[in-house]
Design a protein around this ligand. Sequence first.
Ligand code: HEM
Length: 133
Amino acid sequence: MFKHAFKEMPFPLFSRLFPSLVALPEKEKHSADMKRMFERVVDEHIGELDPDGHGEKPRDFIEVYLREMPDNPVFNYHDLVGLCIDFFEAGGETVGSTLAWFLMYMALNQEQQERCAREIDRVLGEHCKWSME
Ligand code: HEM
């Protein structure tokens, strides 16, 4: 997705004339795949939604949104799928790159790595699976 995502933006006219040079067909395919994927996820949530379960803690964002939908026309299926796509796109490459840099930084700075590990131990204590103790 990210490989092709922004190629057409600097050349909108050119892109319309030569769509395959800026990978527009691939990009459209990825977008359609992503939309289908999240429609399936939302549909599953709709199928599992308990109409009497409003007192219970919602398990995720989609469930919170679905619970709001009947009472507020601002919330709708189409926007929910769009929001899932937004979160997925915004959170994917950013988190992946951050973790990759984090791992490299930690590998190159063993003292900092130990400091972080100790802080995790201190804050999480026995809840931490990979305790240094
Ligand atoms: C290390 C991880 C992340 C980095 C470095 C990062 C970075 C950014 C940056 C720089 C912006 C633009 C802020 C601005 O100029 O206004 C932004 C916006 C945004 N990010 Fe992230 N992000 C990360 C993780 C995530 C995750 C996990 C999500 C969602 C699950 C997310 C959702 C969003 C959304 C929805 C916006 C737009 C906010 C708005 O304009 O109202 N981001 N992010």
